[in-house]
Design a protein around this ligand. Structure first.
Ligand SMILES: NC(=O)c1ccc[n+]([C@@H]2O[C@H](COP(=O)([O-])OP(=O)(O)OC[C@H]3O[C@@H](n4cnc5c(N)ncnc54)[C@H](O)[C@@H]3O)[C@@H](O)[C@H]2O)c1
Length: 370
């Protein structure tokens, strides 16, 4: 059985290590910060204990998982690994330096995967001796609970590395969706209109509670504002600004003033005690036109990504359902509403768009061609 390495034992790394250890893989881990290394086993044991108490895991399976975990002090302990996943600090130079060091230790066929959320895989691979073994395996938080993993090659990733990374990650129980090395991969990019279009409606004077009610009536578990309140307005703004910069400040990724104002006021959501809606609960009558408008922009963003290549409509739908708990993927929403309703909604929005949003609603070529 393959041996897996995980570097970085923070929020993501520890969870990723647990996923592979629980699937029976010997999992070698480390962290530059000694306490993170030294507490890894105890932290994983705590996470597993909660599942035993809840009756979701047997004591024997807990013990087997823990026995598959090794924490080593130096990277030299990673020599036996077939796949190493890094979940260290989100900085290109740190990830490049780590992979450069690993390349002197692991075998020529060992796959080096990054869990980056925002750095191009090509950038991380650009300084490698052997860039064809480098790819992204993007897990979601918490890795133990979230089924989805986005698999992103850069232009030089070998087909063998891609296939092996998929096989190993699927063997650990995940649903792997391939996507291009583009900003935000699938989920973090295609989710933007869910929040952005809600903020556009808010800017037009529609109350946040009405917008959330419309999306909940359309089957979404949480409305856009409840979701921002849950995740944090600061995290949402950072993700929007990151994508906005990476996509040339296109108005599709506009950072709305209302979101900036929330962050400036410290109204971050649940964690600060005050958000767009939190802690208030209201229940206005849902307006289906709001849901159609938000779904039209979700469809269009997904179609823009499809236009760029490297993924499929079915892959995007699966990723959006697993990554965000959406009741349907954007292309399923397209079938439900019909292409003419979506295109007409986008056309009406584009013609009414204020100057800062002009071109936001132009339909993707893939949408017109579908
Ligand atoms: N947190 C999320 O929701 C999430 C989701 C998907 C992807 N990611 C990505 O996963 C990566 C890790 O994120 P996180 O939230 O787990 O961070 P974290 O801060 O919780 O953990 C990072 C760990 O890496 C260690 N570390 C830093 N530099 C190191 C190095 N050079 N060598 C070894 N260890 C090092 C730190 O000591 C820390 O324990 C980032 O690239 C992030 O963008 C995060």
């Amino acid at each position: 059985m393959a041996t897996i390495g995980v570097v970085g034992l923070g929020t993501m790394g520890l969870g990723i290590a647990q996923v592979f250890a629980a699937a029976g893989f010997t999992t070698i881990t480390t962290d530059a910060h000694a306490p993170a290394r030294d507490t890894a086993r105890a932290r994983m044991a705590d996470a597993l204990a909660a599942r035993v108490t809840a009756g979701k895991l047997s004591e024997a399976d807990r013990d087997a998982t823990l026995s598959n975990l090794r924490a080593v002090e130096t990277l030299s302990g990673f020599a036996p690994c077939d796949l190493v996943i890094e979940a260290i600090v989100e900085r290109a130079d740190a990830k490049q330096a780590l992979f450069a060091q690993l390349e002197t230790i692991v075998s020529a066929t060992t796959i080096l995967a990054t869990n980056t959320s925002s750095i191009p895989v090509a950038t991380i691979a650009s300084t490698a001796q052997n860039p064809d073994r480098i790819l992204a395996l993007h897990f979601f938080n918490p890795p133990t609970a979230m089924k989805l993993v986005e698999l992103a090659p850069h232009a030089g990733t070998s087909a063998t590395a891609l296939a092996t990374a998929r096989t190993l990650t699927e063997a650990a129980g995940k649903t792997v969706i391939q996507c291009p090395d583009r900003p935000g991969f699938i989920v973090n990019r295609c989710a933007r209109p869910y929040y952005g279009e809600a903020l556009a409606l808010l800017e037009e004077g529609i109350p946040a509670a009405h917008i959330d009610a419309a999306m909940q009536a359309a089957g979404y578990r949480l409305g856009p504002f409840a979701l921002i309140d849950l995740i944090g307005a600061d995290i949402n703004l950072a993700a929007t600004l990151g994508l906005n910069a990476a996509m040339g400040n296109h108005p599709r990724y506009h950072a709305f003033a209302a979101l900036r104002d929330q962050v400036a006021a410290g109204h971050l959501g649940r964690k600060s005690g005050q958000g767009f809606l939190f802690p208030a609960k209201t229940d206005p009558a849902p307006d289906p036109a709001i849901a159609l408008r938000i779904e039209a922009t979700l469809v269009n963003e997904a179609a823009w990504l499809l236009t760029e290549g490297g993924t499929s409509a079915q892959g995007i739908d699966t990723a959006m359902k697993l990554g965000l708990n959406f009741p349907r993927g954007p292309f399923e929403a397209l079938s439900q509403h019909g292409k003419s309703a979506i295109l007409a909604t986008l056309a009406a929005l584009e013609s009414a768009a204020p100057p800062h949003l002009k071109t936001r609603y132009l339909p993707a070529p893939a949408l017109e061609a579908l």
